[in-house]
Design a protein around this ligand. Structure first.
Ligand code: NAD
Length: 313
């Protein structure tokens, strides 16, 4: 029998704090070469969006996430991110579990913002600004709050989304400029147009850029990118799709200007150069992050702390 983890059981079993710890461990295990991750495969479905197939293996598990990004879906009453995560034993090949991938994606995406802030924001950074308070922006805020950041400012073109998130966390709703005035800024918009220009950002900020996770997407203008010390989740993926892919394609930045987060976490590369630098972390979303949450799910399930259905496949 194969276990089935739905969204409600996943959120009940895995706290934002645990998601942050597991995501941090995942970046470290990948950087150390202990976990492997073949390239993410994009299957474009224009004009609506795209599918991604994301495999990874490590620590006794192998996973495959089949996930969407359909940015216009909220207008149809459907989520941007949907699909399934298959979790197998890498010793027997047995399919252990099928998990709702939107919940896993939200936990590991939000967690990456918090891990990047812990590694790259200046000492003493506390306030958090969220630009784009949809599904993944909300989880970024929850993970930052669980990591000690706040109070914060929530900004969204849909004022009601910003207000709902602000009310949940005891933060406040404000403009994009208000959010950009915080110590740590997370952008989680659809990435169809830049939301941050060079003139918008003050020295000493840390930006976690989550929304531009595929071809042709960007949340920063080229001049804003040029102002930042650049970090990414994985160079191979980030240089070909997402925030940095455009500047790389145009020859504005190269490999030597961008540091992987795992290297900073492991102490193998420096983080921010000085307190006044502006650091930007380009998150394109890695399968090893999903693997980190998959480990948390399997551990919770084996400990009897996660309610699961069962199917025979
Ligand atoms: N980096 C990653 O690992 C990762 C993971 C999942 C999703 N994503 C990407 O994140 C983006 C958002 O995904 P989601 O599931 O949160 O979508 P969502 O629709 O739930 O949220 C997007 C939010 O951005 C708001 N928004 C749109 N334009 C804005 C603007 N100019 N200023 C402020 N707010 C604005 C929308 O009103 C909405 O609330 C997508 O592009 C998705 O592909 C990235």
């Amino acid at each position: 029998m194969t276990a089935v983890f739905d969204s409600a059981s996943i959120f009940a079993a895995i706290s934002p704090a645990e998601a942050v710890a597991r995501t941090r461990d995942a970046f470290l295990a990948h950087h150390a070469g202990e976990w492997s991750m073949p390239s993410k495969l994009y299957v474009d479905a224009p004009p609506a969006g795209d599918f991604r197939a994301m495999p990874a293996r490590g620590g006794g598990l192998a996973i495959l996430k089949w996930v969407t990004s359909f940015p216009g879906n909220p207008e149809r009453g459907l989520p941007v991110v949907a699909g399934a995560l298959l979790i197998s034993s890498d010793e027997t090949g047995e399919l252990l579990a099928i998990a709702d991938c939107a919940a896993v994606t939200s936990l590991r995406t939000g967690a990456a913002a918090a891990v990047s802030a812990q590694a790259l924001a200046p000492a003493g950074a506390r306030t958090a600004g969220i630009v784009g308070c949809g599904v993944n922006g909300s989880w970024a805020a929850r993970c930052l709050a669980a990591s000690g950041y706040g109070s914060g400012v929530c900004a969204d073109v849909r004022r009601e989304s910003a207000e709902a998130l602000a009310a949940e966390l005891g933060w406040r709703a404000g403009s994009t400029a208000d959010a950009l005035s915080c110590d740590v800024v997370v952008t989680v918009t659809p990435g169809d147009r830049p939301v941050v220009d060079a003139s918008d950002i003050e020295p000493g900020r840390h930006l976690a850029l989550l929304g531009a996770d595929g071809h042709g997407k960007a949340e920063l203008t080229a001049s804003a990118v040029a102002r930042c010390e650049l970090f990414c989740d994985e160079w191979a993926q980030a240089s070909t799709g997402g925030e940095l892919a455009g500047p790389v394609e145009r020859g504005e930045i190269g490999r030597e200007e961008v540091t992987e987060l795992g290297a900073v976490l492991a102490g193998d590369a420096p983080g921010r150069a000085d307190p006044d630098a502006i650091t930007a972390f380009d998150s394109t979303g890695l399968a090893i992050q999903d693997l980190g949450i998959a480990h948390a799910l399997i551990d919770a399930w084996r400990a009897g702390d996660l309610e699961a259905g069962e199917i025979s496949v």
